[in-house]
Design a protein around this ligand. Structure first.
Ligand code: IVH
Length: 667
């Protein structure tokens, strides 16, 4: 085939496949069979592979993902992406309607489903997708084009070659979350709590292959500049966007007049809600006439022409079979409800925190009670109340424990506080919780040291304190012998532990578990003090001067840094080689260096290893002494050691002297 012919065949195939995607994913009315679709797609893939000169970022072959970005770029919204004021009752919708009528505005509204996902802004130029952004804080969002491109219902090209921005919701269908969680359960990964978090997590992936696997979808519901396209009503704008090729929920949306019709829509939707293949968490009611919208205008946060009615949180009944106590890393005792397993909003609930003694007493909970459960913030299960009318007389009253359930120490209650504490610093429960916290994702983020493994290692005596984690390598042979372990998983675990030594100060500071110091405060302190030494030498007054640090936190910091055991621990960590400085944002960046992990081996003729390490670190690279899965590049000089073999075995990028010399000279 001539080049011209090839180009036109490519264009022909792209059109067929784009249309097929539209018919399948937007209209839900496929015209091609799956076999035909696959045949055309394969033909196109082969042509594109052989003719990169005709590559297009908007080819339907790109829907499978593959693009990987380094970081999310910020995008400023030309028109702010506002959210909506929430209302929770029909009375509040009536108040909204009354405000509209009071302004002599005709009460004609569009009622829509409130889709439970995350909002997105899609930008097209001459009918072609140019970029997609999240809402962010409403003014500045993040560029998520690489992931949005994998969503099948997002058109690459519109039916008209116009410039336009539209907004809508990215969501994960209920069935997709169900399947994903089944798969995660098999892999022993924690389940994703709800469709919103799952969709948001998928969109926040740097690698678009992962987003593509998550089978996200869209409903488009907002045209920010309707007048530019001659629209008179919101309903017209919705139809216009549908005609352009977007997925618009026209079957669900309804134009209504007056409060009575809104109420009917709300009630009917509430009945249908559980049958829908996607989650909705309410109804959005928007004034239909755009002129009226303009007249009503905006507050600083919201449009005055729309409200979001939120459905009440689903409450489910179950039996409170027991109340058990757990000991946190600060020694705090928490009573927990043990429940007959019950499904609330898509996931099984077996336990719920009861916070403290006062909480249980104020709800008058008894063991054996039938209680109602709901998910606070849709994620954390909460016991709402005991159903007193269901009591049989067999229920047992709640009694707060007086001694630690783990070490038996007498519990203490601090003055004016509701919580009970086990003050025994050697209480195994406190120690284990402290270790779990140290290794957790927001702290030292040591892959492979999860809750159960830490408990096992603690009970086996391998890890009794934080510094023991770094001596686990001395038990390598014992670890390999343990059930469920092998050479490879032990190697991975030990590498993850070694890698954690390179973490920036804030992770360590947070991981130390100083009372009241969360990850945000740890970051703030690390940025201000730069080194652990500087923090250890700071005074109470210096801490208290910092915004966000009150007298209690300042006191906690001083107590911690003056405790002999803690000072010894920090000294030990320093000797072990754990980084105690804030690495922060690098002052300089380089595409091939910043954020990557390097290992150096062999001798280099143009520089020595220490100078090169310092240079790499200056550009935001991290250097480590051993090769692991997480290593990005191994720099190999003359007479390299076994690190070079390991790099090849793990297929890690290798730079020779020539390559690093060129890069260094270009800096
Ligand atoms: S309209 C200026 N319509 O709910 C109007 N929002 O609480 C912008 N949402 O941030 C929003 N379904 O993420 C609109 N049919 C719908 C919606 C909807 C879900 C989300 C959206 C928004 C939030 C407001």
């Amino acid at each position: 085939m001539e080049n011209k012919e090839i180009e036109s065949r490519i264009n022909y195939l792209r059109n067929i496949l784009n249309d097929a995607n539209y018919e399948y994913y937007v209209l839900d009315n496929p015209t091609l069979t799956d076999q035909e679709f696959d045949k055309y797609l394969r033909e196109l893939e082969v042509l594109e592979a052989n003719h990169p000169e005709f590559d297009s970022p908007l080819s339907p072959t790109k829907k499978v993902g593959g693009e990987v970005i380094e970081r999310f770029k910020k995008v400023r919204h030309t028109i702010p992406m506002l959210s909506l004021p929430d209302v929770f009752s029909i009375e509040e919708i009536e108040e909204f309607d009354a405000r509209i009528v009071k302004e002599s505005i005709e009460p004609s509204y569009v009622c829509e489903y409130k889709i439970d996902g995350l909002s997105v802004s899609l930008h097209y130029e001459k009918g072609a997708l140019v970029f997609a952004a999240t809402r962010g804080d409403g003014v500045v969002g993040e560029d998520i084009t690489h992931n949005v491109k994998t969503i099948k219902s997002v058109p690459f090209t519109l039916k008209q070659p116009i410039d336009i921005e539209v907004r809508g919701e990215i969501f994960m269908p209920k069935k997709v979350l169900e399947d994903l969680n089944k798969d995660r359960e098999k892999k022993k990964l924690p389940k994703l709590q709800n469709v919103r978090n799952a969709a948001a997590g998928s969109i926040r992936q740097l690698d678009s292959k992962i987003a593509a696997e998550r089978k996200l979808d869209t409903w488009i519901y907002h045209l920010p500049n309707p007048e530019d396209y001659g629209m008179k009503t919101h309903a017209e704008a919705l139809q216009f966007m549908k005609d352009l090729g977007f997925k618009v929920n026209v079957d669900a949306n309804q134009v209504v007049t007056g409060i009575q019709e809104i109420e009917t829509y709300v009630n009917e939707t509430a009945k249908k809600r559980s049958e829908l293949p996607y989650e909705i968490d309410g109804i959005v009611i928007k004034v239909n006439r755009l002129e009226s919208q303009k007249k009503l205008g905006f507050t600083s946060k919201y449009p005055k022409w729309a409200v979001a009615y939120k459905f009440p949180a689903e409450e489910v009944l179950t039996k409170l079979t027991d109340i058990v106590f757990t000991v946190g890393r600060t020694g705090r005792i928490t009573p927990n409800a043990v429940l007959e397993p019950v499904i609330v909003m898509g996931s099984t609930v077996k336990r719920a925190t009861l916070h403290n003694e006062d909480y249980v007493l104020s709800k008058d909970l008894k063991i054996g009670d039938i209680v109602s459960i709901r998910k606070a913030g849709d994620v954390i299960p909460e016991v709402v109340e005991a159903k007193l009318e269901r009591r049989t007389g067999e229920e047992q009253s709640f009694l707060m424990i007086t001694h630690c359930p783990i070490c038996g120490n007498l519990l203490e209650k601090k003055k004016d506080q509701v919580d009970h504490y086990c003050m025994n610093l050697s209480c195994p429960a406190r120690k284990v919780e402290g270790l779990i916290h140290f290794c957790s994702r927001k702290a030292m983020n040591i892959d492979g040291l999860g809750i159960e493994i830490i408990e096992d290692f603690f009970n086996l005596g391998f890890v009794k304190s934080i510094s023991d984690i770094y001596f686990l390598k001395e038990h390598k042979n014992d670890l390999i012998e343990l059930e469920g372990y092998g050479n490879k998983s032990v190697d991975n675990l030990l590498s993850a532990i070694e890698d954690s030594k390179l973490n920036s100060l804030e992770r360590l500071l947070f991981g130390l578990g100083i009372e009241g110091i969360g990850d945000k405060t740890a970051l703030l302190l690390s940025k201000l003090f730069k080194t652990m030494d500087a923090m250890m030498n700071a005074t109470y007054e210096e801490f208290k001067m910092i915004r966000d640090i009150g007298p209690t936190l300042a006191e906690n910091l001083i107590t911690f840094f003056h405790d002999e055991e803690k000072i010894a621990l920090l000294e030990e960590l320093k000797t072990i080689g754990v980084n105690l400085t804030y690495l922060g944002e690098p002052e300089k960046t380089h595409d091939l260096i910043s954020g990557r992990r390097f290992v150096l081996t062999g001798t280099l003729s143009f520089t020595d290893r220490d100078s090169l390490s310092a240079l790499l670190e200056l550009y935001g690279g991290l250097t480590s002494s051993s090769v692991s899965k997480k290593t990005d590049v191994v720099i190999v000089g003359e007479n390299p050691g076994s690190k070079y073999d390991k790099a090849r075995e793990l297929h890690i990028e290798v730079w020779d002297e020539e390559k690093i010399k060129n890069i260094v000279e270009s800096l």
